[in-house]
Design a binder for this molecule. Structure first.
Ligand SMILES: O=C(O)CCC(=O)C(=O)O
Length: 269
């Protein structure tokens, strides 16, 4: 059962609205973290058809999987019965929350694979202002082992950038979108924020917020994280050119409200 949770406060919701990124401390307690670490090892040992090695396959140690909730009870509990749905609803101010998908993102020590700057919404088959991710740290995360950085306020930018192919970290040249600027060439031009996280802390960000992360080349610490993606009241299914693969046909037409077994409604206030 979801526990009583004091977050998000009105102040935090206002910060999310303004910046497109907030940090929520202790979103999950130590029991949850241990449960999810064990679930992570199960998924890494037996990846689904969505299991991926990002970057150069010969050296890859940035490992991912998706839709774990569909086959693992602990990831399902995280997505549906933890504090996360309430955090999502409160921050975007939505009466309803649909689960979009969950995404395991593990950067092992030695991984030299950065996550290039991108925003998520252009490779998600949905549109609306209430698409978001809750990225939960399962290890201590800092600048040394692949902390994610965000450009504050970029969810309000008018530009829509080419989606990024996570497997080779190259942009997907979709004519519907423009190339992302070279942010690293002039980082001082941007309002970049990143948070050191303890296990159980999370960052919550809009699918339009530009973000990226370093590799984990120099540390001897794992960087295990799980991002759970949710949608709110104003989000509709959208047919787009280059989007993530889905496990099944969601049976939705362009403009339909999110729903059905692929995108279940998990919270209604
Ligand atoms: O974990 C990472 O390095 C990247 C995370 C990310 O891009 C996302 O969750 O959208």
């Amino acid at each position: 059962m979801p526990s009583a949770f004091p977050f998000p406060s009105e102040d935090l919701a206002a910060e999310y609205d303004r910046d497109g990124i907030v940090c929520v401390r202790r979103a999950l307690d130590a029991g949850w973290v241990e449960r999810l670490r064990q679930a992570t090892e199960r998924v890494l040992a037996d990846p689904s058809p969505f299991g991926e090695r990002y970057g150069d396959p010969a050296r890859a140690s940035f490992l991912g999987d998706k839709f774990m909730w569909m086959r693992d009870p602990d990831f399902r509990a995280l997505a549906t019965d933890s504090n996360l749905p309430a955090i999502a609803a409160g921050l975007v101010g939505s009466r309803t929350v649909n689960l979009f998908y969950d995404h395991l993102l593990v950067k092992e020590p030695g991984s030299d694979v950065p996550t290039r700057w991108h925003h998520d919404q252009n490779y998600w088959p949905c549109q609306g202002s209430q698409c978001l991710s809750i990225w939960v740290a399962l290890d201590r995360v800092d600048a040394g082992n692949g902390r994610v950085a965000f450009i504050r306020g970029s969810h309000r930018w008018k530009q829509r950038f080419q989606p990024m192919n996570f497997t080779n970290m190259a942009p997907i040249e979709d004519p519907d979108y423009e190339p992302i600027p070279d942010i690293d060439a002039d980082p001082a031009r941007y309002d970049i924020v990143a948070y050191d996280l303890e296990p159980g802390d999370c960052v919550v960000f809009s699918a339009l917020t530009v973000h990226g992360a370093g590799g984990n080349a120099a540390s001897d610490r794992r960087r295990r994280a799980v991002a759970v993606r949710y949608t709110g009241d104003d989000v509709r299914f959208a047919v787009k050119r280059a989007v993530i693969k889905l496990p099944t046909d969601p049976g939705l037409a362009h403009g339909d409200r999110m729903g059905g077994p692929q995108f279940p409604l998990i919270r209604i206030d």
